[in-house]
Design a protein around this ligand. Sequence first.
Ligand code: ATP
Length: 424
Amino acid sequence: MALKAEIVSIGSELVSGQNLDTNAPWLSRALGELGIATAYHTSIGDDMADHVAAFRIAADRADLVLTTGGLGPTQDDLVREALAGAAGVGLREDPDSLAAIAALFGRRNRPMADRNRLQAMLPEGAEALPNPIGTAPGVWMSIGRAAFASMPGVPNEMKVMFADQVVPRLRLRHWVERVIVHRKIALFGKGESDIEAEALDLTARGHVPEVGITASDSTISFRIRGEGLTLEAAWAQTEETAGLIRRRFGPLVLGEGAVDVADALVEQLKRAGATMATAESCTGGIVAHLVTAIAGVSPYYLGGVVSYSNRAKTDMLGVPAGLIEAHGAVSAEVAAAMAVGARERFGTDLAVSTTGVAGPGGGTPEKPVGLVYLGLATADGVETRRVEIGPEQPRGIIQRRSAKQALDMARVALLARPDRGVSP
Ligand code: ATP
């Protein structure tokens, strides 16, 4: 007989339609990935008799019951008492939970209210599930033949408790029949359809492991789903495909997981032990912002200039006024001079620059909205790139996409440099 799970979502705001229940679908998917099927979703309001009745019904028809919500310190948080009621046992104070709650208030420098003591009460025979990011510990206990896991309603707290506390207990019972892993390999530098066209063999239906492509903010990600009896086996199933993607897309690969262009660039700066500066016109500091959003970049990113006016380009970066007059501020020549100027003034190994028409006004037939010139200056010289983001794109997208492309020019240039063994 296959295991049956039931999920009970608790809170009057859920049954009244004020809040959407996102916990139950999340938990059903998570259980599904572990090979456990959910047979029932139940929602109940903040009423004691309804709690006890729902728990008894669930204990009768399911092997595993996951509840979320109702563990807080207020009067309408009834789960602990209702679990005891459904099991026909009393409540006791759990000293470890009480110590953990008191410690949490201590860390936050706040006095612990008496009602928070209630959160350390557990039904007889129950085990507390530690909650590292909130006050309410969860509850693990048996009612009849069913195992109950009661978790907080706050989605983040629930997810951590499920992964760290509930799943290991399911494994101990040998209820988890398989493990599924999702790997993500992030790419930058080509459009989603171009990348997909080069990976049709991998994304084909029926390919093992399953491979999908998603795009977000110009970063394209391959998602590989591996499945096995153990974590090692699930991971091993993805290895060959992950290696193939890395080899096939080479310099486009930013890395694995939630990496973006700026993360990958900073990693290359560290690896090569190189320093960098920026000179921005149409991106108004976005390039600098994206780089400085990465912690630990200060030895590698030395500074930047937002030279929005022609005068600033001349005064701050040494771009000759005659060059701007001859070619216009939006030109490959000016992008090159900006990058060279920034590299010299900041004394860095490399510098990137941006100058373009962010729109919505200011476009001409020769220089339409969305046209951006990027520059990259290194010890070897200077190169420029002309990119057209598209006149129909909003200003913010033109700025952000061109900023990311500027970062990517620097990243790709650094790939060829030898390791200075700094990191990672
Ligand atoms: P805590 O004591 O940690 O605050 P709790 O167990 O008392 O947690 P509730 O008070 O029931 O949790 O819910 C807290 C908040 O969590 C709700 O205001 C709501 O925003 C969110 N929440 C609760 N249940 C769900 C659910 N099923 N789906 C999505 N969000 C939920």
